[in-house]
Every structure is written in structure tokens, then in C-alpha cells.
Design a protein around this ligand. Structure first.
Ligand code: TYM
Length: 321
């Protein structure tokens, strides 16, 4: 069994990434798992090269600080040839209609001019990321479910048309925190690239800032403590964050907490506790340039060994070489 997942350095890692994905990766690794920084994905909208490079290092440091085994991490662009080659082959079994139907493309392109072509095609890059390594489990948050579904479709299609080479992967969602919402606007999901960061807790935020952001989280005027994501999205979001930190269920927690103020302080305390060491270790790792470079180079070597046989097989089956 192999799990594989990635995180895009398009901004600072936020609490949704942490609870919905990264913390879970660290908790349940097997020796064949792979977790990577998908820096190629950060180029689908206007980006700053120096910032991308810095965020890639920071994100890699966070994966390690959270506790993922250094032997299991890599940076996607260190295997540019493999990922780009696999993407091309898979673009040749994906239809324009399938790409255009992706919700993230619709959301991110709506009302925008100069939309990059890569915004349309990047789900196929994500499919390539997954299929290259023969992963059978893909632990992600709910917003990536449609892309994993596309990976299943394209793997089956290629296998049927050209021969069995790909493992058909399975989506793995977390029990709680599959879609953490923005604290200032619980109708939106918490996102790295949110224009207003008041409702986004970043993994590297200092404790007093976390306290303030959670203290100001939008709830409602009902004064009723229940787990009701549709009727009370702000309160449900806080309960889910607490549930993901404590391992309890949001509905059980709703019965234990007496009012909104005590819910907020319980959430702030749990999140600050959860992130305290991560922040400290990340800062240490970013400062240790040689060690981070060494881990990155070793990760790239291991990932290449894993990717090559399947890539070569797929290229041959498609009639190349
Ligand atoms: P990215 O960087 O947007 O997010 C990284 C992971 O965090 C999850 N996530 C959330 N979970 C809960 N609540 C939220 N508010 C929230 N926001 C983000 C995401 O679902 C994801 O699991 N394209 C991907 C990265 C990627 C990838 C892959 C993932 C590239 N190749 C191959 C899996 C397999 C992305 O941009 O994730």
C-alpha cells in the first residue's frame, strides 16, 4: 500500500492544509509513501519566481517539521522531466471537456482575463504526479476529490487502450476537517491565497496572532451549540477544527462546550498547542540550509528511481521509443 500526496507552495501553509492533509500524512506513513511540494502547480496563475523558491523551501521544511520521514519527501520540479513527460502522455488520453469541467478551473478562471492555459491542464499534471509512483491511496482534503476522480478515469482509460501500467488510486478524505472554512467568512474555504488573511490561520503564525484570529471568528446570533454545518457554518467549522486536533467528533464536542466564547478559547488553545513545535522546528530547518538541501537531493534521487520504470513502461505502450 502506497500513499502519495502533494502541497502547492502558492502561499504560506494554512490550518486547512495542516488538518485536512499534512498532519494526517505525518501520522500514518508506511515506508513506500511519498509526500512532495508541488511547485510546478504554483505557476498556474501569476507568480513571483523568488517567492516561489522561498515558499518551496518553507513548505518542504514544514512537511519535515510536522514529522514526515525525510526519506519520503521530495520537490516536484527536481523531477521536471518525469512529471512533464507523464503529463503529456496523459493529456493525450484526457478530453478538453473533462478538463473544462473541473470545479477549481471554473472557480479560479471565472471573471479573470489572461487565464493561463496551465490552469486548465494542471489537473492532468496532478494525475501524472499520482500515477507515476503507483500510489493506491491519495490522502487529500475535499477540494481535491474531483482531481483524484480524474486520476482514476485516466488510469483506467490508459490501461484499457494501451495496456496495464497504472494503479487505479483511491481518494482518502479525513474523518473531520475535510474542508476547513475561512474564519472571517465561513461560506468560503480557508485558502493560502485568500485576499484577506484575517480568517486564515497560517501554520507559522505566532500564538498571539492565532489567538486573535480565532477569537474574532465569525459565528452567528443563534447562541446554540450544535454541530450543524449548513445552519451554523461558523460554529461547525470551529467544532471541526477542535475535533481534528483532539480526535473527538464535532457532534460530541458540541455537547461538551457551554458557549461560543468557551468554544473559541478551547479551539485557540488546541491549535496553538498543535502548532507550537511545528513552528519551532520549521524555523530551525529553514536556517539549516545544508541539511534541507541534502534531504531534498536524496528525495529527488529516490523519487526518480520510483518513477522511471512506470514512466518508461507508459511511454513504450503509447508507442514512443
Ligand atoms: P493544496 O496545496 O491546495 O492543498 C494541500 C492539501 O491541503 C488540503 N486543503 C484543505 N483541507 C481542508 N480544508 C481546507 N480549507 C483545505 N485547503 C486545502 C488539500 O485538499 C490538499 O490535500 N493540487 C494540489 C496538490 C497536489 C497533489 C498532487 C495532491 C499536486 N499533485 C497529487 C495529491 C496528489 C493542491 O494544490 O493542494
Amino acid at each position: 500500500m502506497t500513499s502519495l500526496s502533494g502541497i502547492t507552495p502558492s502561499g504560506h501553509v494554512q490550518l486547512g492544509n495542516y488538518l485536512g492533509a499534512v498532519a494526517r500524512w505525518a501520522r500514518a506513513t508506511t515506508p513506500d509513501d511519498l509526500y512532495f511540494v508541488s511547485d510546478l502547480h504554483a505557476m498556474t496563475s501569476a507568480h513571483n519566481p523568488a517567492k516561489l523558491r522561498a515558499l518551496t523551501r518553507e513548505t518542504l521544511a514544514i512537511l519535515l517539521a510536522v514529522g514526515i520521514d525525510p526519506d519520503l519527501v521530495f520537490v516536484q520540479s527536481d523531477l521536471l522531466a518525469e512529471h512533464a513527460s507523464m503529463t503529456w502522455v496523459l493529456e493525450c488520453v484526457c478530453t478538453f471537456g473533462e478538463a473544462r469541467r473541473m470545479i477549481q478551473f471554473k472557480e479560479k478562471s471565472q471573471g479573470q482575463s489572461g487565464v493561463r492555459l496551465s490552469l486548465l491542464t494542471y489537473p492532468v499534471l496532478m494525475v501524472a504526479d499520482i500515477l507515476l509512483y503507483g500510489a493506491d491511496k491519495v490522502p487529500v482534503g475535499a477540494d481535491q476529490a474531483q482531481h483524484v476522480e480524474l486520476a482514476r478515469t485516466l488510469a483506467k482509460r490508459f490501461n484499457t487502450q494501451y495496456g496495464e501500467v497504472f494503479v487505479v488510486p483511491e481518494l482518502v478524505l479525513p474523518p473531520a476537517a475535510a474542508r476547513i472554512r475561512d474564519l472571517a467568512d465561513p461560506t468560503r474555504k480557508m485558502a493560502k491565497s485568500a485576499r484577506n488573511s484575517a480568517g486564515v490561520v497560517f501554520v507559522l503564525d505566532p500564538p498571539d496572532l492565532i489567538q486573535r484570529k480565532i477569537g474574532r471568528a465569525v459565528t452567528d446570533g443563534l447562541g446554540r451549540l450544535a454541530y450543524d454545518p449548513d445552519g451554523q457554518p461558523g460554529v461547525a467549522n470551529l467544532l471541526e477544527i477542535l475535533a481534528a486536533c483532539t480526535g473527538e467528533s464535532p457532534a460530541d464536542l458540541a455537547e461538551q462546550v457551554k458557549d461560543y466564547a468557551s468554544l473559541k478559547s478551547a479551539v485557540a488553545e488546541a491549535v496553538i498547542e498543535e502548532l507550537r513545535d511545528v513552528r519551532k522546528r520549521t524555523v530551525e530547518l529553514i536556517d539549516d540550509r545544508t541539511e534541507l538541501d541534502r534531504i531534498r537531493a536524496a528525495g529527488a534521487r529516490r523519487a526518480r528511481e520510483r518513477a522511471r520504470p512506470r514512466l518508461n513502461g507508459a511511454l513504450r505502450m503509447a508507442g514512443l521509443g
